[in-house]
Design a protein around this ligand. Structure first.
Ligand code: NAP
Length: 316
């Protein structure tokens, strides 16, 4: 029987799907330590791992004759795994694309609305008992209907956000990426990120975390944005240069931001938490019960297929 380590607590509905495998449940919510990762590579045939389990090239180098042959990642983003080093070590990596798309697009919309309409500030005002009543100039925000959204990375999630903006809010859509996409709604491709940033009222990042996308949104991009415009990041924290973002928010270079992810998460800088013009969520993109079960189901399907010798549904 193949030995599998499940690196984090998963929804209960996922565990029965692991039938036929010798499963070790690590019933913790924190990422694997370096020692735990090394032990896992040496002692298990497969690991169901997730965000925060930093399988770096060093981990694979530390365990040259790894027993582990598959890292089945729970999540679409796998920038915490050095995939090239895993492959070189004879370990396949899989992920869970698609299951996360709509939920993550919904969180992008949540952040867009919260930032544009200042609802975080409004809620804090009411909770603090400081609301003195409605008046015509109270807490004025940015109207989203009819505005222009810029999507950075028009993949599955980028397109789901664009559709919501286009069909739901009558917004114009522009996007930046490596190549134009065939889409069934109007969206203008921009080959220059600075041009896109300058054109839009809301700039949303939906690229994977990688060496190429590290600090893609830097001081120059933020500086090109209009002073009322909002930056929304649901991608990975280090896609945005956090220091430059804090500076842009403090100096009013941009109107606001909505963040689901952070450069050094779970650390969120005091300077960000002190600002009213930023909405801060704790990486909630996929956090619905249904989606987390679906992600688990996909991760397990990858494991089961691998051990049966079948083609992998989602190799990366
Ligand atoms: P996807 O379908 O692969 O889309 C990614 C898009 O980014 C693709 O269109 C890709 O272009 C583009 N891209 C990649 N590298 C680029 C670069 N260097 N410059 C410009 N564009 C680039 O992935 P997805 O399913 O939409 O997920 C996107 C990311 O969202 C994940 O990798 C993950 O990090 C993040 N995410 C976050 C949460 C959350 O909880 N906040 C949840 C789920 C996912 P091509 O079309 O040319 O390949």
């Amino acid at each position: 029987m193949k030995k599998v380590l499940v690196s984090r607590v998963l929804p209960e509905a996922v565990y029965p799907l692991l039938e036929g495998l010798d499963v070790t449940r690590r019933d913790q919510t924190s990422p694997l330590s370096a020692d735990e990762m090394r032990s896992a590579l040496g002692a298990f045939d497969g690991v169901l791992c997730t965000l925060g389990d930093q399988f770096s090239a060093q981990m694979f180098a530390d365990v040259p004759q790894a027993r582990c042959k598959i890292l089945a990642n729970f999540g679409v983003g796998y920038n915490h795994i050095d995939v090239a080093a895993a492959k070189a070590a004879g370990i396949v990596v899989t992920n869970t694309p698609g299951a996360v798309t709509d939920a993550t697009a919904d969180i992008a919309m949540t952040l867009m609305l919260m930032s544009a309409r200042r609802t975080g500030e409004g809620e804090r005002l009411v909770r603090a008992g400081q609301w003195e009543g409605w008046h015509p100039t109270q807490m004025l925000g940015l109207h989203l209907t009819g505005k222009t959204v810029g999507i950075v990375g028009m993949g599955r999630i980028g397109q789901a956000i664009a559709r919501r903006c286009h069909f739901g809010f009558g917004m114009k859509v522009q996007y930046y990426g490596r190549s134009p996409k065939e889409l069934d709604f109007d969206a203008a491709f921009q080959s220059d990120l600075i041009d896109l940033a300058a054109n839009v009222d809301v700039l949303v990042t939906a690229v994977p975390g990688s060496a190429e996308t590290h600090h893609l949104i830097d001081a120059q991009v933020l500086g090109a944005m209009q002073s009322h415009a909002r930056l929304i990041n649901i991608a990975r924290g280090d896609v945005v240069e956090e220091k430059a973002l804090i500076d842009a928010l403090q100096r009013g270079v941009i109107g606001g931001a909505g963040l689901d992810v952070y450069e050094f998460e779970p650390a969120v800088p005091d300077a960000l938490r002190a600002l009213d013009n930023v909405v801060l969520l704790p990486h909630m993109g996929t956090s619905t019960a249904e989606v987390r079960v679906d992600m688990g189901r996909m991760a397990v399907e990858n494991l089961q297929a691998f051990f049966r010798g079948d083609p992998l549904p989602n190799s990366v």
